[in-house]
Design a protein around this ligand. Structure first.
Ligand SMILES: [Zn+2]
Ligand SMILES: [Zn+2]
Ligand SMILES: [Zn+2]
Ligand SMILES: [Zn+2]
Length: 113
């Protein structure tokens, strides 16, 4: 739906010519949405409406809680997880809390409540 406000905005934009903001990802289409995580302005194609995130963030999102950016992968189930969902078990590997809770991985040193 086009409101009067949008028409006015379009008019102003057309006056400014190239002042129209372009998508931060593809750089080809006008940016219509703003990612709530990284703040990128992105076009329709590069925006995930369900998650309200840009394409980059939505693919980098924790697969377990879906709230934070993932920092690594669970070495047991292979899912990407965030700081909250993963537990670091060595300098390079993580295991998600779910796998630990289900006993798929035994922590040697740390204990999980
Ligand atoms: Zn785009
Ligand atoms: Zn983003
Ligand atoms: Zn998470
Ligand atoms: Zn896991």
């Amino acid at each position: 739906m086009n409101t009067l406000r949008e028409y006015r905005q379009l008019f102003i934009l057309s006056l400014k010519g190239l002042a129209l903001e372009l998508c931060d990802i593809c750089g080809m289409k006008p940016a219509k949405y703003e990612c709530r995580l990284c703040g990128r302005k992105v076009c329709e194609e590069d925006y995930d409406h369900e998650k309200k995130l840009c394409k980059v963030c939505s693919s980098a999102l924790c697969e377990i809680c879906g709230k934070n950016l993932s920092i690594g992968y669970c070495m047991v189930c292979g899912r990407s997880g965030c700081e909250d969902c993963l537990i670091q078990v060595s300098t390079v590997s993580y295991v998600c809390k779910e796998c630990i809770r289900k006993g798929r991985y035994r922590l040697a040193r740390k204990t999980v409540s």
